[in-house]
Structure formats: C-alpha cells, structure tokens
Design a protein around this ligand. Structure first.
Ligand code: ATP
Ligand code: MG
Length: 467
C-alpha cells in the first residue's frame, strides 16, 4: 500500500526511512509519530520526523551506531536520543507511558512499555496521537484522522484527566486550534476551562513557548475572544482588560476586544506574515490602559502615559515568559510609540525613526514601517471616525519608504563625515567634543538644514568653526 492510500500527501523522507529501517533490521519495531503524521495528512509542509520504538534508548543507540549513524543522547531520562543522518536530525523515543502527575506538570515516573498503542494513549490530542509506518500504514486508535478531516481538536481519553495531569495541554490545545483554524470539541473545551488554573503550576518559559506558537498562528485574536480564560491565565495582566469600558468617544469596544481587533488588523495589513515583534506589540499595546485610566469632570476616560507604562509592563511580561531580549526590546519600542501621532511632514517621520533607532539600535527602518502597521490596525479598531487616520498613515508610510530608499541617516556613524573630518576642519582635539559636534550635525541633517553629503557637511563644519 502506498502513502496516498492512507491519505498522506507525501511519503516518509528517505533519511528517516533509512533510520527506521536500521532499527527494524536490528529486530526492533519503530514508527513515525506525532507532528509529521499529522502534517502529512494535512498536506502541510513536511514536519521534522520523530520516531517511536520498542528499543530502549541504549539499544537504539547501539543499533544505529553499528550502522554508522551518528547518535546524540538528547533526553535519555525520557528515553530519547537524536540520530543524525544525511545531515538531518531525527528524535527517537522509546514507547512509554507516564505515571501519575502529582504536580500537574511532570510525570512522577516514565515507564517504558512494549506496545506502541500505549505510547499513543499518553499523547495529548487525537491529531497528535497517530503513528505511521511505510509498510504497516497508519495506526490511529483515537480517530485522529477523522478529527483532522472535520477540523476538530480533541483530547485523547478523558479530557479532564488529561488536563489535570499536565495543564500545559490546555494551552497546547488552544495553540493547535489556532494554528490549524480548528474548533475544540465540546467536552475538551469544557475540561480546558475547568482546569485552566493548573497553568499556574507550569514553568513560565513553557507558557511563553506556547504563547509564541499562538501568536505565530496569526489567530491570537480568536484566542483572546474565544479562549479568554486561557489567555488571561497565561498573561494575568490581560484580566483587567476584559470588559474594561474605555469611556471615550473614540472607542467602541472594551480593551480586550479592541486588542483582539488590533491583532487581527496587523495580520490583515501584513497579509498574515506579521513579525513576532508586531504580533507581540499588537497583543500588549494597550495592556496598561486599565492601570492608567482616569476620568475627567465630563465623565470622559483618559489613559495618560499608557504607552510608557505599557512598555514597562510588556518588558515585565516578556521577561517572565523568557522571550528573547532583543525581541522584547523591539516590542517595547513599538508599544512605547504606538500612540504618538506622526504628522505627514518629512521631519516628523524622520524624528520618529531616530527615536526608534535610539530605543533599538540598528532596527529603526524595519520598526518604523511596522509601527505604521500597528498604528493603522489601532486606528481601524477604534470608532469609524478614528479610521480616517489610517488614510493619513498611508501617506506617512510613503514618506517612510522614500526616506529609507534615499539612505536616511539615523546615527552619527551614518553621517558622510567622521571624527577625523571634525578634527581636520575645525581644529578640535580628539575627545568628547567630537561626539557633541557630530550629534549636532546629525540634528541639522534630520531637520533638513543640510543634506547628508560629504561636501555640504564639510562646508557646514567650517561654518560651525567660524572659519
Ligand atoms: P510542532 O512541533 O509542530 O508544534 P508537534 O506535534 O511536533 O508539533 P511537539 O510539542 O513537538 O508537537 O510534541 C511532539 C509530540 O509529543 C506531539 O505530537 C504529541 O504527540 C506529544 N506531546 C508533546 N507534548 C505533550 C504533552 N504535554 N502531553 C502529551 N503529549 C505531548
Ligand atoms: Mg515538534
């Protein structure tokens, strides 16, 4: 039988067949399992291949090494080694079940078992609990293939028990539903909400990884609105946004719904390929609104300083979730500037780019365009009257692109003259004075007083020294 007859879009890649063949030639049983099988059934791009086998990891290692395959001991406590063949890694794990989970996150013990079905039964979702073998075909004891066809995320076995064992599965279920655009089966959904508090016992960085997956699905707006308790448990600062009435004529939605709309907006404006920084910034841009809310004597709400406080909160949240520092820095810069109006003048656009450069050295050009997408998504997610700002932003973006294409100068290092020129033309001695002069030149360039051209700048230096 061929892979097509099992509904797979492609066959197991040759390097993985080789490794699987080596194990079986040594007398063991092995299957491709998990994400590769799911994605091959979905015709999604080919996923990394994971194998599961009845060989103990030591047996796997010696069989593969004897056949000249490189092996790394990457997780032997859980029965996992990683083979590398043809330059490609394959994780191989012994069939196992997990004992009780007294802490709701780590199995108290891992037990190796003889039957692949027992291994499939410990997996989280039916769509992730299938095994495939090039000759023996698809092994699908929990109806994963049907669930894929009907677009359904369903827990393997009793959902309450599975979420109680390991609360990270709550977030994983939401991540897979978001990524695949699937519905969550009703009993799984009910159990997921019942056990959401278990996420408090889960290591923050694991939550951060799943949240990153949800953001990268491009459907975090769905997660915010349809899985609110899960998102609030993952980022407790979101709780205050739920139902928070902004009391201003500019906002038709509460902070949570506005946030969800902005998240959807950045996907629309980028054609679904928003960067990580833009996605995180959309999610967190108004996180400080509840905290900075004040009401004036006319009963109108204000949020003075919310971008600044929001950037601080974004830093705290992302640090807690162990999100990489350089990504966090970009997100904080976008949150910090998201509410600053830019006028349609070149100078204003230029200065915004310089400010971004100060907040995130080397990133200003890309961040400036992304900031415009964030502002645009923000504008169309307020009231219809605020949406006209989005049209202005089109013109601002055109100015940004023209500046970038024209080689905009954002730092003293990008000036067409350097410290040596200052010393020569002005007769100043090496020292901090040089930096002061170069920064002054940069200010003049950014204000349009002089172009960033060598001759013009040399002239300007001579004028400045009064020669
Ligand atoms: P992707 O890596 O594309 O997100 P994947 O299916 O490979 O998808 P992983 O997180 O790499 O997902 O996990 C590999 C497999 O291990 C899953 O398909 C699932 O069968 C199982 N698995 C992972 N985490 C859990 C968990 N917390 N509880 C139960 N089974 C799990
Ligand atoms: Mg994986």
């Amino acid at each position: 039988m061929s892979f097509q007859s099992f509904g797979l879009a492609y066959d197991v890649p040759a390097y993985a067949r080789h490794v699987l063949g080596v194990l079986e030639a040594a007398g063991y049983e092995a299957w491709v399992v998990g994400g590769w099988v799911r994605d091959a059934l979905l015709s999604a791009p080919c996923h990394d291949v994971d194998l599961t086998t009845n060989a103990l990891w030591q047996q796997t290692e010696s069989a593969l090494v004897a056949a000249g395959v490189e092996v790394h001991e990457t997780g032997t406590a859980h029965g996992t080694v990683t083979a590398v063949f043809d330059g490609k890694p394959i994780e191989i794990t012994t069939y196992r079940t997990e004992g009780s989970y007294s802490d709701h996150r780590h199995p108290d013990e891992v037990t190796f078992v003889r039957d692949v079905r027992e291994d499939l039964a410990r997996r989280d979702l039916t769509i992730n609990a299938m095994a495939y073998h090039p000759e023996r075909g698809l092994l699908d004891p929990f109806g994963g293939r049907d669930d894929l066809a009907r677009g359904m995320v369903r827990a393997v076995g009793d959902p309450a028990k599975r979420f109680e064992e390991d609360a990270l599965r709550v977030l994983r279920a939401v991540r897979f539903a978001a990524r695949l655009g699937f519905r969550i089966e009703p009993a799984t959904q009910a159990a997921l909400v019942d056990w959401v508090a278990g996420l408090r016992d889960i290591a923050h960085e694991r939550i951060g990884r799943e949240l990153t997956g949800i953001l990268r699905s491009g459907r975090v707006s769905w997660a915010l609105m349809s899985q609110t308790p899960v998102m609030v448990e993952a980022i407790p600062e979101l709780e205050a946004c739920v139902g928070f009435d902004q009391q201003t004529p500019y906002h038709a939605y509460d902070v949570l719904e506005h946030t969800a709309r902005v998240c959807r907006g950045v996907e629309e404006f980028t054609g679904g390929i928003a960067s990580d920084e833009l996605r995180w910034a959309a999610l967190l841009h108004d996180i400080a609104k509840p905290r900075t809310f004040t009401m004036d004597e006319n009963g109108r709400g204000h949020f003075y300083g919310h971008p600044k406080v929001g950037a601080q909160m974004a830093r705290t949240i992302m640090h807690r979730l162990a999100i990489p520092r350089d990504l966090t820095r970009k997100v904080c810069a976008l949150v910090r500037l998201h509410d600053r109006p830019t006028s349609m003048r070149k100078r204003s656009v230029y200065h915004e780019m310089m400010e971004l450069e100060e907040l995130c050295p080397g990133e200003a050009r890309s961040l400036a365009l992304q900031l415009t997408d964030l502002k645009r998504a923000d504008a169309v997610s307020k009231t219809p009257s605020a949406a006209s700002y989005a049209v202005e932003l089109d013109r601002i973006e055109a100015l940004q692109r023209r500046l970038i294409a024209g080689g905009v100068c954002l730092t003293t290092a990008e000036l067409a003259v350097g410290g040596g020129d200052v010393i020569r033309e002005m007769g100043v001695k090496p020292g901090p004075q040089i930096g002061v002069i170069l920064r002054d030149l940069l200010r003049q360039v950014s204000n349009g007083m002089v172009p960033n051209e060598r001759d013009a700048l040399l002239d300007r230096l001579r004028q400045m020294s009064g020669v």
